[in-house]
Ligand binder design. Structure first.
Ligand SMILES: Cc1cc2nc3c(=O)[nH]c(=O)nc-3n(C[C@H](O)[C@H](O)[C@H](O)COP(=O)(O)OP(=O)(O)OC[C@H]3O[C@@H](n4cnc5c(N)ncnc54)[C@H](O)[C@@H]3O)c2cc1C
Length: 499
């Protein structure tokens, strides 16, 4: 049994802690915030609940391998999963197309919109079905897995998508609405493979929404960890790890306290860890990602409104192109809005919450963080302006919402920077481009024996499943190191003593 200190109580930290407790280790999670969950969170604004995270949780189909892991960590304990009819709807020139969960319906609708794109539509639908097989949720009943022969057969299709961006994929279609469909959710520069992954996840019932939303899921994982005997220290910010002779000896916290442990699992972003908390350089392969111009970090600007209109003019996520007058200020072409009518506990009877999201890249994210740090009044003012622009854009799109939206909150990259400590307020790892394989990086740090990484930044594009898996792998690495210790000790004991 080892004493393990985990820095960060997000999904990666909770997962590492749960698996460590299951393997008999003694684990403490230190979280800088006043609650666990990290980005997997939500908060109350009066009678309303704002959900920060899950748009789709990969691994909600019981046939998938991930589902078993989510079960093991208690994330889906006694929890219904809401499987919506569509993941998002986009529009162009007054017509709409939704990513339907029923793939036949999706194909039919695409063909109805643009019969002249038939061959490309068939190719795309075929690729989604192929990808479902790779994820182990293929076939009509979503219970078929790809075997070696299937991989060989699928290779040419997958390779062609691997080489494309979402923009390249969109450009294969002649109809403007179909082109819009492929770029509205992830933008132009994501890998087409990422889009295939999203579509196949959703179409195979493997990307549902656990009831209660993000905060409730984080709470279930926290309860699981505590029920296994783990310990959580909140408002405990790690500031420095002392290293001596290749071993981390103790961790210092902002409150002046110190904790010693046999192993430390780090879930923090590498750019805020290396040469800051940990007095060593970032491992080369991670540094290469930060220096790779094709890998971008992103964050988002979001708003939440209470809505008292009983019947909404859209469902699930709705993505629309912003009128030009809003684009410069909101620094985006499209607005993603989302309604939570499936979560009756998020608002009083007959009401719901509507949220908006616009992605932003590193420079915009940094501007928000600087503004918040150096001119809080100007930052608050900017948030008010964002709220008005978003309100006007939404009500211009859906006039029936006019007078029925009450602002609950606005949050920005600066919010993420403060609450989860990511450098530019990023909440996932690098955006997943074309021609890059999302290979998981080594979780060990050269020259330091007992510090293991579990950060989502070890594998693009991050996200909840990556955080879950990296937490588990960190514990497995410690188990191996411990086994090696035991077998080395045994071999020393059993070595014949030389006369
Ligand atoms: C708007 C939004 C939508 C998203 N949608 C989805 C989705 O639909 N599906 C999906 O899979 N993922 C989604 N994600 C991403 C997902 O939330 C993250 O990938 C995941 O939560 C990352 O978990 P983590 O534990 O690796 O990191 P984090 O959540 O960042 O957790 C790290 C934790 O470490 C703590 N910490 C940092 N520094 C220190 C320190 N020095 N000392 C102590 N504690 C520290 C932080 O406070 C935090 O709690 C979304 C995220 C956001 C914000």
């Amino acid at each position: 049994m080892a004493r393990i200190l985990i820095i960060g109580g997000g999904v990666a930290g909770l997962s590492a802690g749960i698996y460590a407790q299951l393997h008999g280790h003694k684990t403490i999670i230190c979280e800088q915030h006043y609650k666990t969950g990290g980005n997997l969170t939500g908060w109350q604004r009066g009678e309303y609940h704002v959900d920060n995270c899950i748009h789709w949780l990969t691994g909600t189909n019981p046939n998938s391998d991930l589902y078993k892991l989510w079960q093991e960590v208690g994330a889906l304990d006694n929890t219904d999963v809401y499987q919506g009819e569509s993941l998002y709807t986009c529009e162009k020139n007054g017509d709409t197309l939704s990513l339907f969960r029923d793939i036949d319906k999706l194909e039919k609708r695409m063909l109805e919109i643009s019969p002249e794109d038939k061959s490309e539509i068939k190719r795309f639908i075929g690729a989604v079905k192929d990808f479902e097989l790779i994820m182990g949720v293929g076939g009509k009943n979503h219970n078929k897995k790809a075997n070696f022969a299937t991989y060989v057969k699928l290779f040419p299709t997958l390779y062609s998508y691997f080489n494309m961006t979402t923009k390249d994929l969109a450009n294969r279609f002649s109809h403007p609405l179909l082109r819009e469909f492929f770029v509205s959710l992830l933008g132009y520069d994501f890998g087409a493979l990422a889009f295939l992954c999203v579509a196949s996840t959703f179409c195979s019932d493997n990307g549902g929404l656990p009831k209660g939303g993000s905060h409730a899921m984080a709470q279930r994982m926290t309860n699981k960890f505590l029920s296994l005997g783990g310990e959580i220290l909140l408002k405990k910010q790690a500031v420095k790890i002392d290293v001596k002779n290749g071993n981390a000896t103790q961790t210092l916290f902002s409150d002046g306290s110190k904790i010693r442990a046999d192993y430390i699992i780090l879930t923090t972003e590498p750019s805020v860890t290396f040469e800051k908390i940990l007095p060593v350089k970032m491992p080369k392969e991670l540094k290469a990602d930060y220096e790779n111009k094709r890998l971008t970090r992103f964050s988002a600007i979001q708003t939440a409104f209470a809505c008292d209109l009983p019947t909404l003019p859209f469902s699930a996520d709705y993505i629309f192109e912003l009128p030009v007058k809003y684009r410069k200020f909101l620094k985006t072409e499209r607005l993603i809005i989302r309604e939570f009518s499936h979560e009756t506990s998020f608002a009083p009877d007959g009401q719901t919450v509507i949220q908006s999201l616009t992605f932003c890249l590193e420079n915009t994210a940094k501007d928000f963080i600087e503004l918040r740090n150096y001119d809080k009044n100007a930052y608050d003012n900017k948030k008010r302006q964002i709220a008005s622009a978003v309100y006007l854009a939404i009500t211009e799109k859906f006039p029936s919402l006019c007078g029925h939206l009450k602002l609950l909150d606005v949050w920005t990259p600066a919010t993420y920077n403060r609450f989860v400590g990511s450098e530019i307020g990023a909440f996932m790892s690098f955006a997943f481009p074309s021609k890059v394989l999302p290979i998981r990086k080594n979780n060990r740090i050269k020259g330091i024996h007992n510090v293991i990484m579990a950060s989502q930044w070890l594998q693009s594009p991050g996200g909840l499943p990556i955080a879950l898996q990296n937490g588990k792998y960190a514990t497995e690495t410690i188990n191996k190191l411990e086994e090696r210790k035991v077998s080395t000790a045994k071999s020393i004991v059993t070595k014949p003593i030389k006369a």
